[in-house]
Ligand binder design. Structure first.
Ligand code: KG4
Ligand code: ZN
Length: 338
């Protein structure tokens, strides 16, 4: 079965073709980062308009790359939510129109399910069950995953998401948007231990997080320090150390509590090098294995949606009627399709 995946939930247009026999055949991505950078964040209306411009050219690109024809597509999956309503509607309407024209089923996917399953695209995929640490721009959650559609929330952030904390802190330090990657690059120039920032909720005894105080702590620290490049790098380093320590500690705790031996890390912050190093080291000590998607599939992409669509269709997922989006949608509301 050949599944087409369309991702338009935020500021990346992603399109991919996944074949249940041959695996991922092609994927293409257009990032709107440069367009939104001017405004310091995502402008929803501009995002929607750009998805309209980009989706079909990206579709042509993946067809050419894979050597497949449009009429070979057996099913279509689009990101139904969560995300920006207008942006989601672009993927939903293009998916619905294509489905109607090609007479193939169209299904709506949960964006975070896409992230969560993305490590399964790798050559040595994790077996179920596993614990998933979802760390994106909009979400920070620990999930117990027993199979496709079997997600149980263990803990989540009470305020800012990890990626959001990276982005807001980067903005405070004058690094522009989206700041996560830039902040982690700057942190590499910093001297570890030069400044110590709080580790919010490290000893809360549960698996929840809170990152908004960390951003305020950075603001207070930065105000009282000279703004020279080395000091800024030291602050970036202290921020990254604090956030990574909390994420690692809670993820390891989640492994302990669940008794599972596998941890999956997904979402944009999963690209963070320090997080990967520390998490892998700590997990290995416990005899657990950590699985990551490849770097390009940590952030939003079409491949994870095409893959999730194929898994859902294998389960017997029902086609959507018309086109619908769910801008707000909790992952643990999902159930197996059949
Ligand atoms: O998963 P994603 O592409 O979008 C959402 O679904 O939200 O995640 C984007 C987030 C942004 O906040 C970005 O700053 C962050 O992931 N990010 C990083 C890194 N690369 C991306 N944060 C820290 N270190 C990185 N290397
Ligand atoms: Zn995402």
């Amino acid at each position: 079965m050949l599944a087409l995946g369309i991702e338009t939930s935020c500021d990346e247009t992603g399109v991919a073709l996944y074949d249940t026999d041959d695996g991922l055949l092609a994927h293409a991505l257009h990032s709107q980062v440069a367009m939104h950078a001017e405004y310091g964040g995502v402008v929803p209306e501009l995002a929607s308009r750009d998805h309209i411009r980009r989706t079909l050219p990206l579709l042509r690109q993946v067809l050419t790359q894979s050597g497949r024809a449009l009429d070979e597509i057996d099913a279509i999956g689009y990101t139904q939510g969560p995300g920006l309503a207008g942006a989601l509607l672009v993927g939903a309407s293009i998916g619905a129109a294509l489905g109607y024209a090609l007479k193939v089923p169209v299904i709506g996917l949960h964006h975070l399910e896409g992230h969560l399953l993305s490590p399964l695209l790798e050559p040595n995929p994790p077996a179920f069950p596993f614990v998933a640490l979802l760390v994106s721009g909009g979400h920070t959650q620990l999930m117990e995953v027993r199979g496709v559609g079997q997600y149980h929330l263990l803990g989540e952030t009470l305020d800012d998401a990890a990626g959001e904390a990276f982005d807001k802190t980067a903005k405070l330090l004058g690094l522009g948007y989206p700041g996560g990657p830039a902040l982690s690059r700057l942190a590499q120039e910093g001297r570890p231990g030069k400044f110590k920032l709080p580790r919010p909720m490290l000893h809360s005894g549960d698996l929840n997080f809170s990152f908004s105080g960390l951003k305020t702590a950075v603001l207070t620290l930065a105000r009282n320090q000279p703004g020279d490049p080395q000091t800024l790098a030291d602050i970036a380093c202290a921020f990254q150390e604090a956030i990574v320590e909390v994420l690692v500690s809670k993820a390891i705790d989640a492994i302990k509590r669940s008794g599972f031996e596998r941890l999956v890390v997904a979402g944009g912050v999963g690209a963070n090098r320090l997080l990967r190093e520390k998490l892998t080291a700590k997990a290995v000590k416990r005899g657990a294995e950590v699985f990551y998607p490849k770097l390009e599939f940590c952030t939003d992409n079409g491949a994870m949606i095409a893959f999730a669509a194929a898994q859902r269709l294998k389960q017997g997922a029902a086609a959507v009627d018309g086109f619908t989006v769910r801008p707000r949608w909790d992952l643990d509301e999902l159930e197996p399709a059949a």
